[in-house]
Design a protein around this ligand. Structure first.
Ligand SMILES: NC(=O)c1ccc[n+]([C@@H]2O[C@H](COP(=O)([O-])OP(=O)(O)OC[C@H]3O[C@@H](n4cnc5c(N)ncnc54)[C@H](OP(=O)(O)O)[C@@H]3O)[C@@H](O)[C@H]2O)c1
Length: 328
């Protein structure tokens, strides 16, 4: 038996509880992991609250990320004692996830812990950090490089946002951070933001198809009207990495920025990236992030806190990153 956070659906309502689960109920897979840490991402909040039909079968164990130690493996790439990370491939959505002391997954989903990271630090990054690094990688593949013009990060106090700000700064970029939380301006400055933009300024739809060229790139965690507005402010040839939808899934925009400035929207899909590229992104993240900033943006929580926090993250109330200690 092992302990896990289990969600059930009754009359369309999803509820969670901490339960003892039999090892035989784990799904098929080559690698069994003694899980140590997981984390709370925005998507976990959606799963915990039954939003977006991400989970099709209940009872379910959520948690889209996990780090831990291999207990046994029928795949020769892994041995007992290996420190590993799992995330992506709809782990925690279509498949039992990381809010669990014991996890079993296909070997192709498992990544050996990038050198230099502890199991805790790996979850302080989690899918949020991975996606931030992936977004920067995509922007740079489309020509972004450090210049006098700022890169904008929206939803900056959140998980992907906080890590994006610190990563961009560490890579030599000038960073502008957009937030709806005036109390956190100092937090964002400490992470590396040179300019703070009030969220409402970007939420208001553009009044002209093209505004002044303001950003050399953007990591957008908000979507909705903000995405349409930022498009009209991108500099010639610049790109926006569309990561999130915290402010809404649909947006309207004018085609002029595409036709007259050659700007791009780059879709970031952290879930289905292949394992080799996934390892490269983890390695770059571990090697680039200014680790002295990680503690200040990370809090440790327990499984019992997740019901409450799963609601709070959807309300935009979580700051930075939350690591779930699965053994506390
Ligand atoms: N594409 C991918 O592969 C991928 C991977 C990871 C995450 N995501 C998505 O990226 C987004 C961020 O994820 P996260 O885990 O970092 O979540 P998070 O910690 O909750 O951050 C989201 C941030 O968005 C802002 N926000 C919240 N509600 C808002 C609203 N109604 N209008 C405008 N801004 C709002 C808040 O920032 P401020 O308080 O600073 O304004 C909040 O901190 C989510 O939509 C998530 O689903 C996508």
């Amino acid at each position: 038996m092992f302990t896990a956070l289990v969600i059930k659906e009754t009359d369309g309502k999803v509820t969670s509880s901490i339960a003892r689960v039999e090892e035989e109920s784990l799904p098929e897979g080559e690698v069994t992991i003694d899980a140590k840490y997981s984390t709370l991402n925005y998507k976990d909040g959606m799963v915990l609250n039954g939003i977006g039909r991400l989970v099709r079968s209940y009872p379910h164990i959520p948690g889209v990320d996990v780090s831990g130690i291999v207990r046994d493996s029928t795949d020769s790439r892994f041995s007992p004692g290996d420190e590993v990370v799992v995330g992506g491939y709809r782990f925690g959505e279509t498949r039992w996830g990381g809010y669990s002391e014991l996890v079993r997954v296909p070997a192709d989903w498992v990544i050996k812990l990038p050198i230099g990271l502890t199991l805790f630090q790996a979850m302080a990054f989690g899918t949020a950090g991975f996606s931030a690094m992936m977004a920067i990688d995509a922007l740079e593949s489309h020509g972004l490089m450090p210049s006098d013009q700022e890169v904008l990060v929206t939803g900056a106090v959140g998980g992907v946002g906080s890590i994006s700000v610190a990563l961009l700064k560490a890579l030599g970029y000038k960073v502008a951070a957009s937030t709806g939380r005036p109390d956190e301006y100092e937090y964002l400055r400490q992470l590396g933001a040179g300019t703070i933009i009030e969220r409402s300024e970007l939420e208001a739809p553009a009044t002209r198809p093209l505004e002044s060229e303001r950003w050399s790139g953007c990591i957008d965690n908000v979507g909705g009207s903000t995405l349409g507005r930022v498009l009209s402010q991108l500099s010639r040839g610049a790109s926006i990495a569309s990561v999130g939808l915290a402010g809404g899934a649909s947006f309207s925009a004018n085609v002029m920025p595409f036709l007259l400035r050659g700007v791009n929207i780059l879709g970031i899909d952290s879930v289905s990236l292949g394992i080799d590229k996934r390892f490269q992104i983890w390695k770059r993240l571990a090697g680039t992030f200014p680790m002295e900033l990680l503690d200040g943006m990370t809090d440790e929580v327990s499984l019992v806190d997740l019901e409450r926090l799963g609601k709070e993250i959807l309300e935009g109330k979580v700051k930075g990153r939350l690591v779930v200690n699965l053994r506390s």
